[in-house]
Structure formats: C-alpha cells, structure tokens
Design a protein around this ligand. Structure first.
Ligand code: BGC
Length: 725
C-alpha cells in the first residue's frame, strides 16, 4: 500500500475547518470535481460538484461553473437513528485521501444517542477510467446489537452557488431500482442528467425501495444486521450533460443499466488509470516527507481536474475544488500549471491550449470592442473567451463597491498564452499543433499588440500605458517592465513563428496571412516595436523599474508590520498600498521566471535584491512563493529557496491564507512542481536539448522526475549517496 507521502490524513474532525477539509479532500477525474463534503452532510457544509464547461449566468461575475446536483447523499440509519458527526458520540475517526489512487475514505466508530455502536467505513471515488461514473462503498459493522440498518442514497437537486440558484428541475423518477434526476441551467440551458442505484450485500433479508422526495430521488435499502458482521452498501452514480449527449438523463440511466460488475471492478479500473498518470507525472523527493506529500498533493489536484477529453475547457485557479473565482480561467493556467502538463502529460497540455484556440473568437471580440486589431485574451475567461472579470465588486463592510481594473488593463495575459504555446512547441516538437492552432494564437495576439502599443514621439520609443502588471497592488500604471519585455519577446517570437510557417507550411501561412491580414510590412513593424519598445532599466546594474514612477512611491519596511495575519492590502487599504512600493507578488521577477535565458546573473541578482524584501510573501498572492523558490535556486541561495518552497508547499495543507475552504491553490501547485524540476532539479530545455544540474536542499536524499522532451520520455534521478562517492 501507499506510504505516508501518498496520503493526506485527518484524525480529528474540526467543524471550524470543515470547508478547508472539503477542498483538501476533493476528488476529480478531468470531467468533474467533487468537494470532500460528507455523505450524510454536516451543518454549514459547502458540498459541490463542478463539471467542466457547465457555466451559468450570474450577476457581477457574468458567468460561473454551476454547482450541479449533489450525487453524494448517503444517509445511514441505525435502528432508526440517523448517523451524523454532530449527534451521538464519535469514538474514533479518520479521513484519508490516497493521492496515488484517487480514493477518499473515512473510518470511524460511532455511538448513537440511544447507545448503539457501529464501525463505519466509507470509501468513494470519481472514476478516472470512466469519467461519467462515481461510486461510494459504505460498510457498517454493528458492535453491540443486532438490528435494522437503513441506507438512503439520494441525488439532491437542491443545490446553490453560495446563494445563487442555477437549476430548474425538469423531472425525477425511479425505474428498476435506478433513481434519476433531470435539471437545466436557468441561463445557459445546459441539461444535466444523473442516475443512481444502490446495492446491499452481506445481509440476508434486504429490502430495496425508492423514495420520491421533491428534487431529491432516493434509492434506499433496509436490512437486518448482526452484531460483529459487516454489511455493505454500494452506490453508483452516472452523470452526463447536454454538452456531451442530447439526452443526458437517458444516457445516465443507460450507463447504469449496462454496467457489468460492481464497486470493486470500477475501482480496479480507476486505480489502473491513476497508476498510468503517476508513472510519468510523479516527482520523487526522499528525505523530506512533508514536502514530498505537498508536491504530490498539488499534482493530484492538477491531474484530477485536467480535462482529458474536452478541448473547450480549461483549469481555473481553484481547479474543480471550490467556488472561488467562479471557474474562470486566468494566466495561472498557462504560466503556472501548464509546464507540468507540457512536460509530463503533453496530451493534457494540448487540450488546455486548444481551449485558448477555441476561445480566439472571444479574444477577437475583446480587441475589437477596445478598438484594437487581432486577439486580446480576457483576463478572466470562461466558455466563450469573452471578458468575464467583474468590473465592480462590493467591498466588505463598506458602502462603495471597488473598481476592478484587471479585466480592462491586465494585458499581459495575451502574451502569457502565446508564451505557453511556444513553450509547449519547444518541449514537444508538436509541429502539427503549431501549424494548425498555435501559430494563429501567437500571430493574432501579436497583431493585437502591434495595434495597442503607443508611439511616444518626444521620447522616440513605443510604450504601453495604463496597464496592470502581475503585482495587482498597483493598477493604471505606465510601462510595466514585465508587460513590456514580454511583449518584446512576443514580437520577436511572432516573427520567428511566421518565418517557420512560411517555410514549412506555406499553404497555412497563405491562409493565415489572408485571414489575419499579415503583410510584409507587418513583420517589419513587429521588428520595429521589438527594438523600440521602452524598458526602464538601469544599464549599469540591470535593475528594472517595475513601472514608470515606481521608485518614487513610498518605500516601506515590511518588517515593521510583523507579526501580521493579513495581506498588506487588507492592512493599509487598496488606495494606500498602491502608493507604496509593496508588491503583492513577483512582477519584474516574473521575467526571470518565464524568460530566464534572456537575462544574466547580475541582473537577476540586482532585481532579486531589490524586489524580494518589498514583497508581501505570506499573505500576498499564493503565486509568489514558488516563483521565489525557483529563482532562489538560480541565484544560489539554497536556504531562501527552501523557505519560499515550504511556504508554497503549505499553501493548502497548512491553509496559510485561511482561504483553502474556497478551493485549493492550483497555480501554487503547478509552481511548486516547477520549483522542484527547474529550481532544485536545475532542468534546462533548449532547442539543442536538455540538461539538468540538480541542486536540492542539503537534507534531500533523492530527487527524481520524468518528463517528455520532443516525444521521448526522459528521467532525472539524483541520489545523494551516488553524489558523495
Ligand atoms: C493574483 C493573480 C491571479 C489570481 C487568480 C490574484 O490574487 O494576483 O495573479 O491570477 O489571483 O489566482
């Protein structure tokens, strides 16, 4: 069985942290994700299942992944007494997620208010072998009585997204032991079909029956249980939406009717699929169990949520584990999570990039609406690619709402996407993707930039004014070094891609030239923008000014605010923090994270020394710590690297920001992998090949990982004992 580093275990249930637990113990299979709420519920819980692409309209945030009918309900009655953690007495308890297997289990001993004691063991999974199937196995052993056990396994249509109701219920029913529920999203008209059934074994006299509660069909069973003898109930649920099939409810019922075998067969198939993922995607760290577990925890959630069939969806900052950010897609995916997929599961990376290809029409609409040419990706994107960032949001305990500028001004997303396409192509050599899809993304976003940059005649350079960089503590700023230099990279890369396309795929080049209106002058213009785009840099040190005027903002010694438990923005207020040099997350340093080979060590040192002390590491963005960990490896500061790394590793398992309940931090998980592989592993990919110069922390005994480079599976396996020989 899997060892401690493959397990996330909870030995005491604390109601105060139940929401964090629901996120930590979430399961997923690339089609849907289900929070780790209890089968029997608990007061104040936030059970949720999200299905990729099932968006519905919502005020302020435009659209969100709609929490679908709850497939978990599985209630146990012991001689008529309902089992729940808030009644009777819990004599022992353990909840465990086995990351290697995608299995969530709970074992506990419970004494009912009337004094009957049972051992309970519940295990569930959402099948990685068949994305439309979920299953729960529920075992009960009466310890001090013979008596009646009853289970009610339901589908609950009474669900909400924190107060927002998305579903019209269209019907429910029962046929030959299968209960079903049909519903439809109110705004987008997506139909959902669920079917469930219950099977009891281990008891002689079992009665199966169905209950038809409003919006909540239930498959139930009653049995006589004997002291010391286990009886087991298995619940199997099938789920489809009209995104896959015209009659999802019929498909769900049919799926269950045609199912051969029981829980164990489904489980075996499921485990085999997880093995395949881990065989390539695992990153092994020996000598540091905490960190090993955290890395695997993050990879588990990334793999659990990554769409392996659907090329029209992508991953949000919370993957499929929570309500926050409404399932919108940010740069988190391309810059933080994608490299893990590109290198270990290139097929998944391709799907995620195809989402960006399919949402080009939305990006073109956004550019046109703003008066620009080409494609401008939405800062927050959902099903269509149109901008879905809220413009104003209510401010806690205050009358006036806050203006959110990121949707209007956080422009670097267009180049982040282009960068990810380029990185995928470089690592995989997937020329057909590049020719058919990737090139169009890089080129049309270059067209956007070419129309967006502004010529400053006085200074005789191009500039980009009125933007937001990665550090969102500062908005409406001019010439953000990160944005400008990334655009410079973009303009250069677009020329390269264009030449490649003309040479290798002339027909496609001609077609794109026609459609995107690319002419000889276009290339010349890109070259000119690349050379004459301003970049505020001190030539003697390489220190970049984060944006024009940044160095004149108030300098603050962050140490003076310690100890604290909230972000500097929460402490000083939105307006005040903007007047200082405090950073929410790496901004200039993101250039060194993404475009490491374009800068030398001296300039990394100058920028590291300046910006790291001014960053709100613990309570700013969770995207920051893995970036700092990786760069500290580059700069040769192993202790700092490990410190930042542990901060990233604790993002969810330690609930550092107190918001894990809203969903896990998927970008941090992807960043953590990058810190392991590119940081401590020292992996470098160049067009000529790859190299690795591992530089792990002193107490690590082994660091090993696999990755695909140009279609070939490669391996780095560093062991301390072989080093010291
Ligand atoms: C960060 C962004 C990030 C977003 C979603 C924000 O707090 O500043 O960089 O994209 O969260 O994770």
């Amino acid at each position: 069985m899997s060892g401690v580093t493959w397990r996330v275990t909870e030995v005491v249930f604390d109601a105060a942290s139940q929401h964090a637990g629901e996120s930590l113990f979430a399961l997923g299979n690339g089609y849907l994700g289900t929070r780790g709420s209890f089968e029997e519920g608990f007061p104040g819980d936030w059970p949720a299942t999200f299905i990729h692409g099932v968006y519905d309209d919502v005020p302020i945030g435009h659209t969100e992944l709609a929490n679908v009918s709850n497939w978990l309900p599985f209630d146990l009655y012991v001689e008529g007494e309902h089992f729940s953690l808030d009644s009777g007495e819990v004599l022992n308890y353990q909840r465990e997620l086995v990351l290697r297997q995608g299995l969530l289990s709970r074992t506990l001993r419970w004494r009912s208010p009337a004094g009957r004691t049972v051992d309970i063991a519940v295990e569930r999974f959402v099948s990685l072998a068949d994305a439309h199937l979920c299953a729960i196995r529920y075992q009960v052993v009466p310890l001090d009585f013979d008596g009646q056990i009853e289970w009610r396994a339901g589908l609950n249509g009474h669900v909400e997204n924190r107060g927002v109701l998305h579903w019209d219920r269209l019907g429910q029913g029962a046929q030959s032991g299968i209960v079903w529920l049909r519903s439809r999203t109110r705004g987008t008209g997506i139909e959902l079909g669920q079917a469930g059934r219950l099977k009891v074994t281990g008891a002689e006299d079992v009665t199966h029956f169905c209950l038809d509660c409003d919006g909540q069909p239930v498959a139930a069973a009653r049995a006589r249980a004997r002291e010391g003898r286990a009886i087991v109930a298995e619940k199997t649920v099938a789920i489809f939406t009209s995104r896959e099939t015209p009659d999802p409810c019929a498909a769900a019922i049919e799926k269950l009717q045609n199912l051969r075998g029981g829980y164990n067969d489904l489980r075996t198939a499921h485990l085999a699929e997880w093995e395949k993922y881990w065989a390539v995607s695992d990153a092994i760290i020996e000598g540091d169990d905490e960190v090993q577990r955290a890395v695997r925890f993050g990879l588990f959630h990334l793999l659990a949520a990554a769409p392996w069939e659907d090329k029209h969806v992508s991953l949000g900052p919370k993957a499929l584990s929570g309500f926050a950010y409404r399932g919108h897609v940010f740069w988190d995916t391309e810059v933080f999570m994608l490299p893990f997929f590109t290198l270990t599961q290139p097929g998944l990376a391709r799907n995620l990039l195809m989402y960006r290809y399919h949402t080009l029409p939305g990006a073109r609409r956004k550019a046109a609406a703003n008066g620009f040419a080409g494609a401008q990706y939405a800062w927050e994107s959902a099903d269509t690619g149109d901008e879905v960032t809220p413009t104003w949001v209510p401010r806690q305990n205050q009358r006036d709402p806050v203006r959110i500028w990121t949707g209007d001004l956080e422009l670097h997303i267009s180049s982040d996407v282009a960068f990810a396409v380029w990185q995928y192509w470089q690592a995989t050599g997937d020329d057909s993707f590049m020719a058919d899809y990737g090139a169009e993304i890089i080129l049309d976003t270059a067209v956007f930039w070419s129309s967006r940059v502004e010529w400053n005649a006085e200074k005789s350079h191009y500039e980009i004014t009125n933007v937001v960089g990665p550090d969102e503590y500062h908005d409406r700023i001019n010439n953000n070094a990160f944005t400008n230099d990334l655009v410079r990279w973009h303009m250069e890369t677009a020329q390269q891609v264009w030449r490649w396309l003309e040479q290798k795929h002339p027909a496609r080049a001609a077609e794109l030239a026609d459609r995107l209106k690319l002419q000889t002058q276009t290339l010349a213009r890109w070259a000119e923008v690349a050379t004459r785009l301003c970049l505020p840099v001190d030539p003697s040190t390489g220190l970049l000014e984060q944006f024009e005027g940044y160095f004149h903002r108030r300098d603050v010694n962050l140490a003076e605010y310690e100890p604290r438990t909230v972000s500097m923005q929460a402490l000083l207020g939105i307006e005040e923090v903007g007047k200082t040099q405090i950073l929410k997350q790496p901004d200039v340093l993101m250039l060194f994270f993404m475009l490491r080979d374009r800068y030398d060590q001296c300039s990394l040192r100058a920028n590291w020394d300046y910006y790291v002390p001014r960053t709100d590491h613990t309570y700013g963005s969770s995207l920051g710590p893995p970036v700092h960990a990786l760069l500290a490896c580059e700069i040769g500061e192993p202790e700092a690297a490990y410190r930042h790394f542990c901060r990233a590793a604790q993002a969810d398992l330690g609930d550092v920001r107190g918001n894990t309940g809203d969903g896990i931090h998927a970008a941090s998980a992807g960043g953590l992998w990058q810190a392991v592989v590119f940081g401590f592993g020292g992996l470098r990919l160049t067009p000529e090949g790859w190299s690795a110069t591992p530089r792990p922390p002193a107490h690590w005994q082994r660091l090993a990982f696999r990755f695909y480079y140009r279609g070939k599976l490669e391996e780095v396996d560093w062991r301390r004992e072989t080093q010291s020989k």
